[in-house]
Design a protein around this ligand. Structure first.
Ligand SMILES: *Cc1c(COP(=O)(O)O)cnc(C)c1O
Length: 380
């Protein structure tokens, strides 16, 4: 029997490669790119994506934790890696040994790294983060100068990066402007030779698109690498949308088609009752694969290129869709959850809207039960 799949993703590595090339072109050739590959490369599969990005010449990887850093190291040695999350106290030694650049927000962290690096007889390359308005990691503005000075003066530390993070870059331009100006003024106060700081960075994907003034010498995109443009109230040229290609498609199959009469309740809780005779297909994906249950009664899928609504509650391994309009639909047919089919397309953003969430969550929710199949010239 030919290998068959019930629910899988197809990942177009050529699209990924093209997206990175476009980002480079857009920010300029002297700007370094930290490709963010946290959460299993936004659900695309960390090792394969890391390998592709190494071949495509990324400068740095951005990760959330040391396990992700170790996975990248297992693919290829030597690439700079920045840990975007805070390092837990017991992780400091491993971070230094594995040469993962840490994000420092506090004097306590700086002291811990210094002490450990000295004990190990090495130098830890670190980034200082400043909280200009995100309110998550980072030193508060009035502590920034002291943190930068401390990191420069403590033994065993090399200050290689300074950064901050936008909180609302897809929304209010005025708030981003404040964050940007604050960051710039703190850099000026610090009386550093900025040309000596290898990585000065602010822009995530939204920043790359909407705040070109904060490009500095490095950018830090995630979503754009995977070919998605953050949804925004701010305008960007259409030409950009045309240049990026979503790398991931998500598919499943029709398991069964049956015609049910009017007045028939569908799925758990009987929340949906047919108002006409309906051809219903049970498809082979559910919340156990990471399809958000919030899509119950709201999401749509593609069969034969046509949008078909999800009827009633999404269950663990299956969901029901209305294929009354798709006369040819039969068991075994391919169903698209994200991606293109015939003339139709469902974007990760569409599915996110139907589920009341954001594309980042839709992608990172696709779980281990769903095989990732790689396509394109660079697929192994
Ligand atoms: C996740 C993350 C990014 C990437 O964000 P996108 O919006 O996907 O581009 C950049 N910087 C930090 C600190 C992050 O946590």
């Amino acid at each position: 029997m030919k290998k068959s799949y019930r629910c899988w993703t197809e990942i177009d590595l050529d699209a990924l490669r093209g997206n990175l090339a476009w980002i480079r072109h857009h920010v300029g050739k002297d700007v370094k790119v930290i490709t963010v590959v946290k959460a299993d490369a936004y659900g695309h599969g960390l090792k394969q994506i890391a390998a592709l990005l190494m071949q495509s010449g990324t400068d740095v990887f951005g990760v959330a934790n040391l396990a992700e850093a170790a996975a990248i190291r297992s693919v290829g040695k030597g690439w700079p890696i920045l840990m975007l999350g805070a390092c837990l106290p017991e992780e400091v030694e491993v971070a230094i040994r594995d040469q993962v650049m840490a994000t420092l927000s506090s004097l306590a962290e700086a002291e811990a790294f210094s002490k450990k690096a000295v004990a190990l007889g090495t130098t830890a390359r670190v980034h200082v983060k400043i909280d200009t308005g995100m309110g998550r990691l980072g030193a508060l503005p009035f502590n920034a100068r002291a943190l930068i000075d401390t990191v420069r003066n403590l033994p065993g530390l090399a200050l290689v990066g300074i950064y901050t993070h936008y909180s609302s870059v897809e929304g209010k331009a005025s708030f981003s402007r404040k964050q940007r100006q604050l960051f710039q003024s703190l850099l000026e106060d610090a009386q550093l030779d900025l040309s000596e700081i290898e990585f000065l960075h602010v822009n995530n994907s939204g920043g790359v698109l909407f705040e070109p003034e904060s490009t500095y010498n490095t950018v830090r995109p995630g979503l754009l690498v995977y070919g998605l443009i953050p949804k925004s109230t701010r305008a960007i040229p259409n030409s950009i949308a045309e240049r990026l290609r979503p790398a991931l498609s998500w598919k499943c199959r029709i398991g069964l088609v049956k015609t049910v009469p009017v007045g028939h309740a569908l799925s758990y809780g009987g929340m949906f009752v047919t108002r006409r005779e309906t051809r219903v297909a049970a498809i082979t994906a559910g919340y156990g694969d990471g399809f958000l249950r919030a899509g119950s009664g709201r999401a749509r899928v593609l069969v034969n290129g046509k949008l078909c609504p999800v009827l009633g509650r999404v269950t663990m391994d299956q969901m029901l869709i209305d294929v009354t309009q798709v006369k040819r639909a039969v068991a075994g047919d391919e169903v698209v959850l994200i991606g293109k089919q015939g003339g139709g397309e469902i974007k990760a953003h569409d599915l996110a809207d139907w589920c009341g969430t954001i594309a980042w969550e839709v992608l990172t929710n696709i779980n281990y039960r769903v095989p990732r199949l790689y396509r394109g010239e660079h697929a192994a």
